[in-house]
Design a protein around this ligand. Structure first.
Ligand code: HEM
Ligand SMILES: *[C@@H]1O[C@H](CO)[C@@H](O)[C@H](O)[C@H]1NC(C)=O
Ligand SMILES: *[C@@H]1O[C@H](CO)[C@@H](O)[C@H](O)[C@H]1NC(C)=O
Ligand SMILES: *[C@@H]1O[C@H](CO)[C@@H](O)[C@H](O)[C@H]1NC(C)=O
Length: 480
């Protein structure tokens, strides 16, 4: 009522009397207006359409969990509350997490140009800023073509016997020993990565490269503290030395007019690449191939030892291959006739989902399923969450390779990503697992020593303590 009376001005004296009231009313009015404006501003369409979720900082423990513990807890809590797209805040970075196949497809495939890959600078500098992962557009597609050429089935067919030789040399050293599965698999995956990077003719520099590379990797997986004696500082030094070693190898290959084998040969043949572009990508590919494959191999052994019937079925399939073999060793075609073993690998990749998610960054304000993702925000497609969604994979915690007898629906199964940045090494990774499983299941058995459960991060999730196992010769009498 008081507010309304202001609109019809009262006589002067009365007005004077009302000065305090007038003042009071106008203060009230302007505060109400301000509150209204604030509300209006907060309901600005752009703001209103941010995805749901809390931007409060997840408490430190929770953020650490995302990186170090089972990230499932972090995601499933929020997914239950907010749905398949929600915003959150990781160590001060606003980000949007997505866990529907359609949204993953938009970010990774159909609108990939709006979402660039993003890595912390400390990591980018260790790998080398010109490595394929960090780029978009013309430079990325030129590199991708070269890398893909080098890892297409046609190109890796020729490596079957070299990979087999590595396996045949490694397995006997396990016999009657307790091995740390992860450590052994890292050795194996590294040797295969070196062959794919440099070809089968090994350079005298290889031992040096291995030492430096392992130092680099250790620094990559540690805190980026650039002080004397920290793993990170040592890694920076190792990276400089690797630069020089690679430059020597590149120079030698250029001089001899023979570019040689492996990815290096392909990159040298690609002409327009500079030495440091080549070096960054060689290191990048070894990096992408090493711990990933080793972690998946470790899980494969764990799941097989937990599922004895499956182990016997895989062994039977491998015996079938061996019986039909004509030559002395495995061929590419043999590896194409291992459907059950291949499904075990597929299910391992799903169940373990060692790459829980990947990072992108919106390059502009992006309209996305009715929401706005502001420029600069991170976008995380949650592979693991999708792989563990009961709608697509019933009883998701069960290890059941037979679910892959029917191909999964598009964008529900992306262990190697999808779209522009999808993994060019997927066929090689599967090939090296198949070859190892062939010989391991035919000739050996392994028993987990100590407790059999728990997860550690090194840096990908792997069974506790790297899965120590006692390896013995397989007795041909099948246990019942
Ligand atoms: C089982 C083992 C492996 C897994 C699970 C895996 C997974 C992935 C995933 C999910 C991506 C996409 C990342 C993203 O979109 O942000 C990727 C990219 C990549 N992977 Fe793999 N990978 C494996 C083995 C390998 C191997 C053996 C190589 C080497 C030949 C390799 C080389 C690469 C490269 C170069 C990229 C970057 C591609 C690009 O940015 O265009 N990976 N990998
Ligand atoms: C391994 O152990 C088995 C049984 O324990 C034994 O018969 C065999 O001689 C051992 N082999 C080696 C190479 O030590
Ligand atoms: C490697 O050498 C190139 C020069 O060719 C240089 O630009 C680059 O910064 C070097 N990288 C490292 C990590 O030292
Ligand atoms: C990648 O995306 C395309 C387009 O949506 C789809 O056809 C394909 O099946 C997807 N790949 C995977 C592995 O889901």
């Amino acid at each position: 009522m008081k507010l309304l009376s202001l609109s019809s001005p009262p006589p002067f004296s009365q007005a004077l009397l009302h000065v305090p009231l007038f003042l009071f009313s106008s203060i009230l009015l302007s505060s109400l207006l301000l509150v209204f404006l604030i509300l209006l501003w907060r309901r600005h369409p752009k703001d209103k359409r941010l995805p749901p979720g809390s931007m409060g900082w997840p408490y430190i423990g929770e953020t650490l969990k995302l990186y170090t513990e089972n990230p499932n807890y972090f995601f499933s809590n929020r997914q239950k509350r907010y749905g398949e797209i929600f915003k959150t805040n990781i160590l001060g970075c606003p980000c949007v997490m997505i866990s529907s196949p359609e949204a993953a497809k938009t970010v990774l495939v159909s609108q990939a140009h709006l979402f660039k890959p993003t890595y912390p600078p400390s990591k980018e500098n260790l790998i080398g800023p010109e490595a394929i992962f960090f780029h978009q557009g013309a430079y990325h597609s030129k590199l991708k073509k070269l890398v893909q050429t080098s890892f297409l089935p046609l190109a890796i067919k020729g490596s079957v016997s070299e990979i087999e030789q590595i396996v045949l040399k490694m397995l006997p050293t396990w016999k009657n020993n307790t091995i740390n599965t992860l450590q052994e698999m890292k050795r194996y995956a590294f040797d295969v990565a070196m062959i794919s990077a440099f070809g089968d003719k090994m350079d005298i520099e290889m031992d040096g490269i291995k030492k430096l590379y392992l130092c680099l990797e250790k620094g990559y997986n540690s805190m980026p503290l650039n002080f004397p004696l920290t793993p990170y500082r040592k890694a920076i030094k190792a990276r400089k030395l690797l630069n020089e070693t690679l430059r020597r190898i590149i120079e030698r290959r250029r001089d001899s007019k023979n570019y040689g084998g492996g990815l290096l040969g392909v990159l040298l043949g690609g002409k327009e690449l500079s030495d440091s572009q080549i070096a960054d990508n060689i290191i990048g590919v070894i990096f992408a191939a090493h711990d990933t494959t080793a972690s998946v191999l470790t899980w494969t052994l764990k799941y097989l030892s937990d599922n004895v019937n499956l182990l016997e079925a895989v062994t039977k399939e491998q015996e079938g291959i061996k019986m039909k073999m004509v030559g002395a060793g495995l061929t590419w075609d043999d590896t194409r006739r291992m459907p059950l073993t291949s499904r075990v690998i597929q299910e391992t990749l799903r169940r373990a989902s060692i790459l829980s998610f990947t990072f992108r960054e919106a390059v502009e304000d992006v309209e996305f399923e009715g929401y706005i993702i502001p420029k600069g925000w991170k976008v995380l497609p949650l592979f693991r969450t999708i792989h563990h969604c009961a709608d697509f994979f019933p009883q998701p915690d069960k290890f059941d390779p037979s679910r892959f007898e029917v191909p999964p629906r598009p964008n529900t199964y992306m262990p190697f990503g999808n779209g522009t940045h999808s993994c060019p090494g997927s066929e090689l990774a599967k090939l090296e697992i198949l070859i190892l499983l062939h010989h391991l299941t035919l000739s050996y058995r392994w028993q987990v020593t100590g407790e059999n459960d728990g997860i550690q991060y090194g840096p990908f999730p792997v069974p506790k303590r790297g899965l120590p196992v006692k390896v013995t010769k397989r007795s041909k009498t099948v246990p019942t």
